[in-house]
Design a protein around this ligand. Sequence first.
Ligand SMILES: [Zn+2]
Length: 376
Amino acid sequence: MNRQNLLSALCLLLMLLGGGIVQAQTPERVQPHMEAVSEDEVRNLILLIGDGMGLAQVSMWRIEQSDEGSTAFDRAQNVALIATHSANNRVTDSAAAGTALACGCKTDNGTLGLTPEGEQVESMIERARRAGRPTGEVVTCALQHATPAAFYAHVSDRDDTEAITTWLVRSGVDLLFGGGAQYVTAAQRAQLQQAGYGLVTTLEEAERCPESKLLGLFADEHLPSALEGRGDYLPRATRLALDRLADEAQRRKSGFLLMVEGSQIDWAGHANDAEALVAEMEDFDRTVAVAMDFADTHPGTLVVVTADHETGGLSIPSNEADFKRSESGLRYAFSTEGHSGTLVPVYLYGAGAERIHGVMDNTALSHALMGLLGLE
Ligand SMILES: [Zn+2]
């Protein structure tokens, strides 16, 4: 008798001894009971971060629709605003902002998962993992890049890819989908396989892979941009991650935590490229819709959509000729090739959405979310 059968037999015996009804063993009967979640209980968190996505980026995306109210952002049931400054600059980078969102701690630009004094701070993903809940990250950049790394690494230099990869390998995060294959050594791959990970290089492989732990390395460095053929990777990878995490959470009788990043919104902002920005926003919007649709059918799921900071200092001046496009194409104005220090929006949907609103620091949002999940 293998371990699983032994456990099942033991459960059955306990149920019989406790006067439990044997019929309740059938999956059809167990399922509704396990799905029963009180209305205000937040079990699952889907945190979607649009890197560099300020209110102007969302406004731009709405303007570019034939029907302005049709974006996923318009489905939000509540909103908030967060301040994004880092510990040492009014304009944050993605490392400090990622740390603020992941760990609820202000730090200096360039720093991941450490206080300015160098002390480690535990991220919400690490807390969830410690509480026995499945976790995941889905991004379009290298998994070692600042935002995803802020959720599992603790290093003083965001460019120390080797150290970050070491953290990644021992992170225990159940699902990791993104780029960065070139940084994972053969020895680390063997180590991951020994720890039960399926290692895949395409989404098709990931869909077929039976392992509950998956490392999807879909590019040597970053995935292509939305304009250059990334296709439906982000919404599809998110859907797959949600299905896998939901199954695993049900098995563990727990909730799960998934972080998804629209990583390249930021790069289009740095390039002051309006067309690329709209393409990245379209991709992110479709991904947000996947998360919201999931919340519709999975009670106890909170969807939070926010940004780490704004990039490009985007503004939306009148284009005079036409409401949407001038003859020369998209007309938007950028004030910087770097990040800016404006507040960024938070959109909330699903379980507990009514419990976060107002103007707050990015670290306060992180603590509020960990509080709702019982991870404080
Ligand atoms: Zn940036």
